[in-house]
Design a protein around this ligand. Structure first.
Ligand code: CS2
Length: 423
């Protein structure tokens, strides 16, 4: 653990210290140098004990198509459970803190205004304390979640939970920064801990496995201090939206389609799904639709999807579809529905419709088999999926995505469910 040293330039607070942040944003922050990091867990509070027990250190396995590179990441000073509101308030109010990064997943932004359950509401309390402490330097809140305009979404969520005085103070004292992050990070496999021990000597109960590719594009709108992330290859831009849309619609969109259509077809991992003839054809179809909504040269898009295909095919990464299948009710409205709408309706976007139909078919299969569906709306999904009549069932499931009854998407999904590849 690198306790804050007098030479440190500032403190970064991270919310949601799961595998992804540990594979990506924290690695970049370590490379940027000279920053102290305090982190809060996501849902898994046990991560705090595990990391604190190993002084904040963990092993990072970068798993290429041919071999592994293993190193120790040592940038975290201390980890708190997500619900330690006092610690968060104290750290945000401290003038040494200049940046908060968030990987709280899509559902973290819609969790309401209760600090017990909502990270934006906890931040609102922290900002109130910062205002009361008279800190003048703007603090930056950097969203790193897969949402279009994630900074704007964060700003709305924090302001909705803030008191009136903090809302009035916000504009001059808080920068809300959108960013696009990308690094596929599966759950660590059973051999990961042994590999870290063997290569580095660290006895690690929470190692991270990730892919070689990494990308972070950040809006250039900091008024206060921030880590020199450019040293880690981070790009700063004034035009983030196209980066966000390209990644969400091509990478995450294909992921979502493969997660459900792959499992319905009887395979378990991403490399198997992209290698499955019919699932791959669906991915190609979805890509051609998503590309039509992206204002980028065809050659760039070709290069992007070629690179994606190679990443998906990485035979050693073992990215399980079940990981990506979580939280469909909050992912589909960001990944698939906007493309269907922009193209002018379901008949113009059969690949995106297949992603939605694969979700309805998959949750239905799961619920009927008595298996878990990980989703913030799991109870409503279970009720809807139990309905016998296909049109009523799909209507009830799509209502959870805010698709109105009678929308043409309902009939399109009912028809598409029957065409999905099965084992
Ligand atoms: C995945 C992402 O879980 C998911 O829905 O699509 O975690 C994906 O692996 C990352 O966004 C890659 O950067």
């Amino acid at each position: 653990m690198s306790a804050p040293s007098p030479s440190d330039e500032g403190r970064l607070v991270h919310l949601g210290i799961g595998n992804f942040a540990r594979a990506h944003t924290l690695v970049a922050t370590q490379r940027a140098g000279s920053w102290s990091v305090s982190a809060f867990t996501g849902r898994t509070a046990a991560m705090a004990d595990a990391l604190n027990a190993q002084s904040g250190q963990y092993g990072l396995i970068v798993r290429g198509a041919e071999d592994d590179e293993v190193s120790i990441v040592d940038v975290i000073d201390e980890v708190f459970p997500a619900d330690d509101v006092d610690a968060l308030v104290r750290l945000v109010a401290d003038p040494f803190t200049a940046v908060v990064t968030l990987t709280i997943t899509e559902k973290g932004y819609a969790a309401g205004n209760d600090p017990a359950t909502s990270a934006p509401a906890r931040l609102a309390l922290g900002l109130k304390a910062r205002r009361e402490a008279g800190v003048t330097e703007p603090i930056a809140l950097v969203s790193c979640d897969n949402l279009t305009g994630n900074g704007e979404v964060l700003r709305e969520a924090v302001l909705a939970a803030a008191d009136e005085d903090t809302r009035a103070w916000f504009e001059d004292h808080v920068d809300v920064v959108s960013s696009m992050v990308d690094r596929i990070t599966p759950s660590a496999d059973e051999g990961a801990a042994d590999l870290v021990q063997e290569r580095t000597g660290l006895a690690d109960t929470v190692p991270v496995v990730t892919e070689p590719f990494t990308e972070w594009v950040v809006e250039d709108s900091f008024r206060g201090r921030r880590p020199e992330w450019e040293k880690a290859g981070v790009q700063f831009t004034d035009d983030l939206e196209i980066h966000e849309l390209r990644k969400l619609r091509l990478l995450n969109g294909a992921h979502t389609l493969m997660a459900y259509a792959g499992q319905v077809a009887g395979v378990e991992r991403v490399d198997e799904a992209i290698g499955h003839r019919e699932v791959r054809a669906l991915v190609e179809q979805l890509w051609s639709e998503a590309r039509a909504t992206l204002d980028l040269p065809a050659a760039d898009l070709d290069a992007y999807t070629d690179a994606l295909e190679a990443r998906f095919r990485n035979p050693r990464l073992a990215d399980n579809l079940i990981r990506i299948a979580a939280d469909g009710s909050v992912k589909l409205p960001v990944r698939a529905l906007p493309v269907i709408a922009e193209l002018g309706g379901p008949e113009k976007a059969p690949g995106e419709v297949a992603a939605v139909a694969a979700w309805t078919a998959w949750v239905t299969d799961r619920v009927r088999a008595g298996a878990e569906v990980k989703d913030p709306r799991a109870d409503e999904i279970a009720t809807a999926a139990a309905i016998e009549d296909p049109t009523e069932r799909v209507t009830a499931l799509l209502a959870l995505l805010d698709v109105p009854a009678g929308d043409p998407l309902v009939a399109a999904v009912v028809a598409e469910e029957l065409r999905l590849p099965r084992p």
